[in-house]
Design a protein. Structure first.
Length: 138
């Protein structure tokens, strides 16, 4: 007989990203549930394939778009890479939609990710700003 598990247990808990010290118990700040999933998505988008020695294929590869024009062709390529990476590396979600739109800055795109948690069917979303020209200008 299988034992039912709660959403927090299914979605996981672990170190917050970035790793931060906890002032409450002299340990580390932990994240769990939907926050942990959001952090995982963010981590996948920020990681380049080849960065992780034990998982060389892990990541999205967005840095290849640095210095590329902010046009519909580039945004379509980014959309495809994000959908592929999240489908491969984040099994706790089912992607509903990924939109890549121009941001407020001409060198920025906004990656809007709409997904459903596979455990309970709850919808969630995340907006990931990505600068095609490197860091945001001051």
């Amino acid at each position: 007989m299988t034992k039912a598990i709660g959403l927090k247990q299914f979605l996981g808990s672990g170190w917050n990203f970035p790793v931060l010290p906890s002032t409450a118990d002299r340990g580390l700040v932990l994240a769990s549930g939907p926050d942990k999933v959001r952090q995982s998505i963010w981590l996948i988008l920020e990681t380049e394939p080849g960065e992780r020695i034990m998982r060389p294929q892990f990541g999205c590869g967005l840095r290849r778009y640095l210095m590329k024009p902010n046009n519909s062709a580039t945004r379509a390529l980014i959309q495809n890479d994000v959908m592929r990476a999240l489908s491969l590396w984040e099994p706790r979600i089912k992607l509903q939609q990924v939109d890549v739109e121009p941001g407020g800055d001409p060198s920025m795109v906004l990656i809007r990710i709409h997904y459903i948690h596979t455990r309970d069917g709850s919808a969630d979303n995340l907006v990931f700003p990505f600068y095609l020209q490197g860091k945001a200008s001051a």
